[in-house]
Ligand binder design. Structure first.
Ligand code: ZN
Length: 280
């Protein structure tokens, strides 16, 4: 099942080209707000699986962030071994966790105005929480996952690294710095949700290319360790970390420039297209 935000309305996506308006099809039981799917995810998923899936043609340009107002956004630093090596950080017992502020969210096909500084890319698998909870066990963790979407954790490295302590959250929260989409895919749609090809490219040149099976803390472990501290809420997002190949660790370093297009792809989930423009 794939769930999207089409022009601000909750839809089910059928194939690549058809969308079913949930509020109309459910006669108002769910929707039209895209966040309404997460108020009672289990009931929504049951309804969606039995819904008549014929729909209207899907105009991809109308897709917004599939989860536009998550109550919380968790983002994980250095969660791939080769990225931990390139960044020079040994893994900690608690995953390095920060937030991307909600106002930075945007959809799958957008243009981002580049602020001053050095803007870098980080393709990430984003977990969408269905059922919330505190103290979730590893055996139970998958039952709290509604699905996955593709995310970019765009990062302004000058402010991030200038101070005594890293400024992860602010430096990653400029307007448009959290592209997500194109939809939320439920884990049952994927052959192996723990092992997905993940990559990104600038104007077709591959920058990052890995597999989600190379995470240090896999999805269930992230849910265990985050929920041991914070209560997870329905509709929360977890940006699960990026593989190696970021611009800041290249020789010489490389950053995004006006006119470039970044494509971010996760096998079985989808693709984001992010264009960059000067802010002036
Ligand atoms: Zn990141």
């Amino acid at each position: 099942m794939r769930v999207a935000n089409l022009n601000g309305r909750l839809v089910l996506v059928v194939g690549d080209e058809t969308a079913l308006d949930v509020a109309e099809a459910s006669e108002g039981r769910f929707g039209p707000d895209p966040m309404s799917a997460y108020e009672d995810w289990d009931a929504f998923a049951r309804w969606a699986r039995s819904a008549d899936v014929s729909g209207a043609p899907l105009d991809r340009a109308q897709l917004g962030a599939p989860v536009p107002r998550p109550p919380q956004i968790f983002a994980i630093g250095v969660n791939y071994r080769e990225h931990a090596d390139e960044a020079g950080y040994p893994p900690d017992s608690l995953p390095v966790t920060f937030t991307k502020f909600v106002s930075s969210l945007t959809g799958p096909d957008t243009t981002v105005a580049l602020p001053d500084g050095n803007i870098d890319w980080e393709v990430e698998l984003v977990v969408v929480i269905g059922r919330g909870g505190h103290g979730i066990t590893r055996d139970d963790a998958w039952r709290h996952v509604a699905g996955f979407t593709v995310g970019q954790d765009l990062s302004e490295r000058v402010a991030q690294l200038a101070g005594t302590m890293p400024q992860f959250s602010l430096a990653k929260s400029h307007p448009g710095f959290s592209p997500t989409g194109p939809w939320v895919v439920t884990p049952d749609e994927l052959d192996d949700p723990a092992d997905l090809a993940i990559s990104c490219a600038i104007d077709g040149e591959i920058m990052q290319d890995s597999r989600t099976s190379r995470m240090i803390y896999d999805i269930p472990e992230l849910i265990v360790r985050l929920s041991a501290v914070a209560t997870l809420l329905p509709g929360d997002l977890i940006f699960s970390g990026t593989p190696s190949g970021i611009g800041n660790r290249r020789t010489p370093p490389r950053f995004l420039r006006p006119g470039e297009t970044l494509t971010s792809t996760i096998q079985g989930v989808g693709e984001l297209t992010t264009r960059f423009a000067s802010s002036g």
